[in-house]
Design a binder for this molecule. Structure first.
Ligand code: BES
Ligand code: MN
Ligand code: ZN
Length: 503
């Protein structure tokens, strides 16, 4: 979609549709709406006075201007009570309005943030509005070959600003939200692609494409090099599949040479059948999404490079299928991880922590400022927190605090679970250093406790995104399917990072 920012008034714009927002239970119309209403003979005031439209959250109405304005129609969206407005409601409201415009088969939209109260900073408001519209209009259609002409799409969005100041702010905000939305689209696209079209090799090729950007470098480590490095936990999982595993490294250097890089690690299981500990058939197809963490860290490098953020950041993605082939791992097998520690594999379906073990050890090579891993790691995390919240576990309070802030700002929610000593016993093995599963209790936590054994003493946070990576139902600005979770959270976290003081 093309997005333009112009200095003008909604009253003068010739488009299919104007989107305007309205707050609940307000008798006084904001000046922009008053002006539109005056031109249109009071239709909006009539509707509000009659109580047909109250402005409650996500309420929609459509008005035709009958040539009273250059725009053909007005889609009005409720944003709830003015005092309860936040960025999530802005994203959701404008997304719902844009989706309605698309359902009317309209192509060109204009909107303005002028009715939005000034306690929401203008740059944040414009970002939320454009992000909401872009993310809400996402659709995944490459496999549909029939009736392609029936696929509807909004083609252009015009953000109309009344004055110079908001024009300048809006231009910058639109630019950054387009970059971020593009990276979220990338993640949704590759998470949605089925296993036969998103193998470890395909995933590596996506990373290679990202590395065409300035200051980005890609390295793909193949199985024979993994063997030399002792990545036997990753190789162990890969044994059950004929697809060659890949260890993907994307490095972005936008900061000072002396700044230690932050390392982002993402689980890259391109299909998780469970292996010999085979999963039930129902919903096994959803396990094509088991590389959502890997996709998110690649998408983050894409966005960070396009935004030219002044940070150094590395993405690591251990990528393999988890299949029950003739050479597959068997329950009881023992692997020697790259760290040297041994792992008794009691359940081959707890494969994520195996591949992450080697990736987390590898992260140490960068002497990282922090390590954040994202993984669709456990069903237990979904049981604990549901489908829209990621579990957060880690060793560093500052890092956790910064991630919480970014989560709050972006609406990509996280909630902390503890990884106290109490849980260590659960992963002790009788004959190896660790076993890869505990009993059923505290499954999300014992998985994180297992990971912690491979992190070393770097500040570390693990985000279990098994719940929010995929949604069975539409959310306000995330249509059902792959959510693209992680990109907005990590980009916000990286934007907020102050460069370390020079020593
Ligand atoms: N990829 C799954 C976790 C998962 C479940 C992701 C549901 C998304 C939705 C992971 O590899 C897995 O199978 N975990 C097991 C661990 C168990 C064997 C200890 C699980 O959660 O059942
Ligand atoms: Mn599994
Ligand atoms: Zn898995």
């Amino acid at each position: 979609m093309k997005i333009k920012v112009i200095k003008d008034s909604l009253l003068n714009i010739e488009v299919d549709t104007l989107i305007v927002s309205y707050f609940e239970d307000e008798k006084d119309m904001p000046p922009v709406i008053k002006a539109i209403d005056a031109k249109c003979g009071g239709i909006i005031k009539d509707m509000i006075d009659s109580g047909d439209f109250t402005g409650k959250l996500y309420e929609l109405s459509v008005h035709y201007t009958a040539k009273a304005l250059p725009a053909k129609r007005i889609v009005m969206v409720g944003l709830g009570k003015r005092t309860e407005l936040d960025l999530e409601k802005l994203r959701g409201g404008f997304s719902k309005a844009a989706q309605h415009v698309r359902s009317l088969k309209q192509k060109n939209v204009a909107t303005s943030i002028d009715p939005i109260p000034s306690d929401v900073p203008a740059d944040k408001a414009v970002e939320a509005v454009t992000e909401g519209i872009l993310l809400g209009l996402y659709q995944f259609t490459p496999y549909k070959t029939l009736d392609r002409d029936k696929i509807k799409d909004v083609e252009s969005l015009t953000i109309v600003c009344e004055d110079n100041k908001s024009y300048e702010i809006s231009k910058a905000a639109v630019k950054s939200s387009q970059i971020i939305a593009k990276a979220v689209y990338f993640v949704r696209d590759i998470v949605s692609r089925p296993g036969n079209n998103m193998t470890p090799t395909d995933l590596a090729n996506e990373a290679i494409k990202i590395a065409k950007r300035k200051n980005v470098k890609v390295t793909i480590i193949n199985a024979s090099e993994m063997k030399k490095m002792g990545m036997n936990a990753l190789l162990g999982v890969a044994r059950g599949s004929n697809e060659p595993p890949k260890f993907i490294i994307l490095e972005y250097y936008g900061g000072r040479k002396s700044d230690p890089a932050g390392v982002l690690v993402g689980k890259g299981i391109t299909f998780d059948s469970g292996g010999i500990s085979l999963k039930p058939a129902a919903k096994m197809d959803e396990m094509k999404t088991d590389m959502a963490g890997g996709a998110a860290v690649l998408g983050t490098i894409m966005a960070v490079a396009d935004l030219k953020l002044p940070v150094n950041v590395v993405a690591l993605v251990p990528a393999t299928e988890n299949l029950p082939g003739g050479r597959a791992l068997k329950p009881g097998d023992i692997l020697k991880s790259m760290s040297g520690q041994t792992i008794e594999v009691l359940n081959t379906d707890a494969e994520g922590r195996l591949i992450l073990a080697d990736a987390l050890s590898y992260a140490g090579k960068f002497k990282p400022a922090f390590i954040i891993d994202l993984a669709t790691l456990t069903g237990a995390c979904v049981v604990a927190l549901g489908n829209s919240v990621a579990g957060m576990m880690g060793t560093d309070d500052n890092l956790k605090e910064d991630i919480k802030k970014a989560a709050f700002a972006t609406g990509e929610k996280v909630w902390e679970l503890p990884i106290w000593e109490d849980y260590q016993d659960a992963i002790k093995s009788d004959i190896a250093d660790f076993k890869n599963v505990g009993n059923r209790d505290a499954g999300a936590i014992t998985a994180a406790v297992f990971l912690s054994q491979f992190v070393g003493d770097h500040p570390w946070v693990h985000l279990d995104i098994a719940g929010p990576a995929w949604s069975e139902k539409d959310r306000p600005y995330s249509p059902k399917g792959a959510s693209g979770i992680g990109v907005r959270l990590l980009v916000e976290f990286l934007r907020n990072r102050k460069p370390a003081a020079h020593k």
